[in-house]
Write a protein that binds this ligand. Structure first.
Ligand code: PDD
Length: 286
């Protein structure tokens, strides 16, 4: 993928250059955010944790009452095709399924919905070494989202506003709290280290069950690091020895500054450094 070789996308059964991909203005994804999505990292031509992403896509579709347009094997074939068409290597694959178009804008479901399916690749590659080495800044913001944050919906206006508010404040990410406890980031899950224990809030409808989150928990457990999935109060968050965010695109990054105050020593901490290394080894071995 480059200016000379623009990305190829798969839209409703056809592969085409991104610049030629078109959907109707009556698509419910466009009108209502009536759709779900996934973002999958591709390392060396291989989609990472693909089964886990497809399982979550199925759960999201079920949650919003969208019929499954493809079975698991077909999804894999389509994604494989897109990855190959874009030259393998390091990519980020975006999958979106919407409730399709209806003859008129109307909130109610169309009588016979025909989902719109888009699979699109964008250049991947390693996360900036500066962000890994220096860590990122975050601010705490109130979680203003709906009560089904476990669904990976394309309806992301609150997340977009929260991320932008963080950027406007000179930070990279918003860390969200609801009723005095940590939920997640605007586009990431959050870990804290408290008394040497790696802690992250348990899965619930308040947060996305991140694929990277559960992979990191597995890595910690495999390496004998104590972990807990439990509620984290805002006070605990502010006093944590280390804070990290995780997502498919960012992998795992240390938060070194929270609301203008240093986290720990103000540098990525020792547990982060180990987990980051284990992550790099595991993704190459997968
Ligand atoms: N977002 N929480 C939210 C709200 C997210 O948007 C994301 C990822 C995560 C991390 O999930 P995972 O580890 O499965 O990527 C948690 C993607 C990358 C995005 O919207 O671009």
């Amino acid at each position: 993928m480059s200016e000379k070789n623009p990305p190829l996308v798969w839209l409703n059964g056809h592969t085409m250059p991104l610049s030629e991909a078109r959907i109707s203005v009556l698509d419910r994804g466009f009108l209502f955010g009536d759709g779900v999505y996934e973002v999958i990292s591709v390392y060396d031509g291989k989609p990472f944790l693909l089964d886990e992403h497809l399982r979550r896509l199925e759960r999201s579709m079920d949650a919003v009452r969208l019929g499954h347009p493809h079975d698991r094997d077909t999804w894999k074939q389509i994604i494989d095709q897109v990855v190959k068409a874009n030259g393998n290597g390091e990519q980020s694959v975006y999958v979106q399924v919407t409730r399709g178009t209806a003859p008129l804008r109307d909130h109610k479901f169309p009588a016979n919905p025909k989902p719109t399916v888009l699979v699109m690749a964008s250049p991947g590659g390693p996360v900036s070494q500066d962000l890994v080495n220096d860590g990122i800044r975050a601010v705490i913001l109130d979680d203003i989202r709906w009560e089904q944050c476990n669904v990976k919906s394309t309806m992301l206006l609150a997340n977009v506003l929260l991320r932008q508010q963080a950027l406007d404040a000179g930070a990279h990410e918003a860390i969200l709290v609801r009723d005095g406890h940590l939920t997640e980031g605007a586009a990431s899950n959050v870990f804290v280290v408290i008394g040497g224990v790696v802690v992250t809030p348990p899965n619930s409808d308040e947060l996305l069950p991140g694929i990277t989150r559960s992979f990191i928990l597995g890595l910690c457990r495999d390496h004998g690091v104590s972990c807990a999935e439990r509620g984290v109060s805002e006070d605990e968050l502010r006093g944590a020895e280390e804070i990290w965010i995780s997502s498919s695109r960012k992998e795992v990054l240390a938060v070194v500054n929270l609301d203008g105050n240093s986290v720990g020593t103000g540098k990525p901490g020792p547990v982060f450094t180990k987990v980051f290394q284990w992550f790099q080894e595991a993704k190459r071995a997968a």
